[in-house]
Design a binder for this molecule. Sequence first.
Ligand code: UDP
Ligand code: MG
Length: 329
Amino acid sequence: MLHYRFKNLKMKKISILIPCYNEEASLPLLYNELVKLMDSHTNYAWEVLTVNDGSKDRTLEVIKDLRKKDNRICYVDLSRNFGKEKAMLAGFDYVTGDCMVIMDADLQHPPYVVNEMITKWEEGYDDVYAKRKSRGKEPWLRKQFSLFFYKILQKTTKIEILPNVGDFRLLDRKCIESLKQLRETERYTKGMYCWIGYRKTAVEFEQQDRQAGQSSWNFLSLLSLAIEGIVSFTTFPLKIATIVGIFTSLCAFIYMIYVIIKAILFGDPVSGFPTLLSVILFLGGIQLLALGIIGEYIGRIFHETKGRPVYIVRESVSYTHLRAHETSQ
Ligand code: UDP
Ligand code: MG
């Protein structure tokens, strides 16, 4: 018995983190796949932490039912829908494993890839990210937009943010602890993985199509995530505003000299109204744009200075909780 306990203590634990929003249909399918994965690695202890991100369907009931069957399933139930980024932070706070694999609930991230991730982790890598070979079924415009966004982000930030890499990855405890320290409310987690550094390596996988339910992202929410990514990782747009400002005032200065000389040489008949109007409109536009850019940053300062918690938990059953419960019986 003692020997068994000792062995159990030494056993490394792998946590699987699954943020869920309206995933009642996908979860049972995912669970079946995960059981296969967990049963093929009995040399590790496993924990599956689902974060219910204020789902409007029966997701929580489905999770609770699964837990009745299998107490490796743990859950954190958030008080409302906070969005995937925040739900993931809740997950980082609650996972107890020596490492953690983040996965979508919709089976777009095939669990068999985790085998390869574990091998890399055992080789000593801290962050094993999954790189999509292809992007799966996706509208053409969305794809172009996404690639363009990564190009901008890569050019403007000093850290390397990789395209075709998402949240599907294995992170060592070291990375989890670092990520837990980044507690901004406006989150762009994909950038954070790169920001924290550590030893990284890639495994490739073929992105699957969503098995059930609906994607909760639309073009607008992706656009706002893209702005989030840029604004939260670089102050480069502010620099653009400065550069455009310098450039236009330079042009205006040259034009002013031209107007003065013209007036001295040829007099000043009242004309040039269209020129005046277009210049005023043009400058007005640029000023509004610059204000908008500054506003994006001020908005973020506003949100961060409030110092609110990033998420609120309604109920949680975590691994430690489970152990306490077990020993009290
Ligand atoms: N998700 C979440 N909160 C949200 C939206 C999504 O936790 O507000 C979860 C969702 O349940 C899924 C993952 O984030 O497990 C990815 O979402 P989705 O499949 O809708 O995104 P896509 O794959 O289209 O990028
Ligand atoms: Mg998906």
